[in-house]
Design a protein around this ligand. Structure first.
Ligand SMILES: Nc1ncnc2c1ncn2[C@@H]1O[C@H](COP(=O)(O)OP(=O)(O)O)[C@@H](O)[C@H]1O
Ligand SMILES: Nc1ccn([C@@H]2O[C@H](COP(=O)(O)OP(=O)(O)O)[C@@H](O)[C@H]2O)c(=O)n1
Length: 228
């Protein structure tokens, strides 16, 4: 590139809930001076809008009909990522139970996926130094040409324990069941299911600390940049 500027690096991190995608992606992006995009937050944001506007989230045609209405804006600084819907900060409300229980149904609607995927590609192509994008279908569908693809896994027990730790007072078994149900819905849908790309590096985080996972991914990015 001109002026010796490095080519932007695109990192795709996929995997089921509680495997450490968000924490790993933010830390890797911050450490390497890259942007960061939480695509799950975008699906949660559109779901929040549907719930707030009385749309029946179990009716795919009702969801499809209004998919273009909300304006979703993601701030991509890994040190303070933001998400707004029609100018309203929804970072808190999108983590609430009513959104979590409906997001898989909304995100399975093809019109929703087309719209959010376009948004994701626009954000990724604008990242000057590069970006870490985390989700379910980034390596397979959104950015199949990513420089590095990571697929994080962890046992359901470890993932449920991590999530229960966040949701104060939540019962471990209930959290585990809800998490397994959401994984099944996300993996089983027709359009862009949760899946490992053929060329993704799989990292099982069950026995690793967050710091170890971050170091592993940073090393892989640096190796890619060095052309190894
Ligand atoms: N390797 C790890 N070991 C222990 N806890 C972890 C690890 N990775 C992430 N966590 C914790 O687990 C929870 C879920 O992590 P998160 O990054 O939100 O996962 P995801 O984005 O895949 O759902 C967070 O509280 C996070 O601090
Ligand atoms: N690229 C993506 C990211 C999330 N999603 C959907 O959005 C939901 C919420 O994603 P998330 O990353 O916030 O979920 P957690 O793993 O943080 O609980 C997932 O369960 C999927 O239904 C998706 O379909 N595709």
């Amino acid at each position: 590139m001109e002026n010796g500027a490095a080519k932007p690096v695109i990192v795709a991190i996929d995997g089921p809930s509680g495997t450490g995608k968000s924490s790993t992606s933010k830390a890797v992006a911050a450490q390497l001076g890259l942007s960061y995009l939480d695509t799950g937050a975008q699906y949660r944001a559109i779901t929040w809008w549907m719930v707030n506007n009385g749309i029946d989230t179990d009716d795919p045609s009702a969801v499809a009909a209004v998919t273009g209405k909300p304006e979703i804006v993601s701030g991509t600084d890994p040190k303070s990522p933001t998400i707004t819907v029609d100018g309203v900060d929804v970072a808190g409300p999108i983590r609430e139970q009513d959104v979590t229980s409906r997001v898989s149904a909304v995100s399975a609607v093809p019109e929703v996926r087309t719209r959010i995927t376009e948004l994701q590609r626009t954000i990724a192509s604008a990242a000057v130094t590069g970006i870490v994008v985390e989700g379910r279908d980034i390596g397979t569908t959104v950015l199949p040409g990513a420089d590095l693809k990571i697929f994080l896994t962890a046992s359901p027990e470890a993932r449920a324990a991590r999530r229960s730790g966040e949701l104060k007072g939540a019962d471990l078994n209930t959290t585990r069941e809800a998490l397994i149900r959401r994984d099944a819905a996300d993996s089983g849908r027709k359009t862009s299911p949760l899946a490992k790309a053929g060329d993704a590096v799989e990292v099982d985080t069950t026995e690793l600390t967050l710091q170890q996972v971050v170091e592993c991914v940073v090393t892989l990015v640096e190796e890619k940049r060095a052309g190894k």
